[in-house]
Design a protein around this ligand. Structure first.
Ligand SMILES: [Fe+2]
Length: 151
């Protein structure tokens, strides 16, 4: 856990540049740090971007909003819609599969940035296809840093 403490301490020094070259409807996923049994990701959300409804494949997930605002829609496994909550700047939230599934949405006009800690690391998860009403496994792909933010 020393690696985790070190990674978290460096996060305080991240300076996020205004532009991530992110387009409307686009979201990007950057791996910031990882260690044995955990990873930290930075996610950038263009306006009108969203995840599919998904689980976390046994991983515990913490999220903090560090720029802009997002909305979290929480579901059970069916999925039956439960609640929608605003994740405003500075908000922390937590999810694991015992709580349910969720979908994160940026319905706002501004770019949002969130920080995610997963334990264990998550490389695929089950996503819900709203057309076929079926769950299917999906691999998660990271973007490269591309010099888009500095620490
Ligand atoms: Fe999630």
């Amino acid at each position: 856990m020393n690696e985790l403490a070190l990674a978290l301490s460096t996060l305080k020094e991240i300076k996020i540049e205004e532009s991530f070259n992110i387009q409307e409807g686009e979201r990007k996923r950057y791996k910031y740090a990882e260690g044995k049994g955990w990873e930290i990701l930075l996610m950038v959300w263009g306006n009108n971007s969203q995840t599919p409804i998904h689980d976390h494949n046994g991983s515990k997930g913490w999220i903090r909003i560090i720029k802009g605002n997002l909305v979290e829609r929480c579901f059970d496994k069916n999925p039956i819609y439960q609640i929608e909550k605003l994740l405003g700047l500075g908000t922390d939230s937590y999810i694991d599969d015992s709580i349910g599934t969720h979908q994160i949405v940026n319905p706002f006009q501004s770019v949002a940035v969130s920080l995610h800690l997963y334990s264990p690391s998550i490389c695929n998860c089950n996503v819900y296809d709203e057309n076929s009403k079926k769950w299917q496994i999906q691999n998660l792909v990271n973007h490269s840093f591309e010099g888009n933010f500095v620490k």
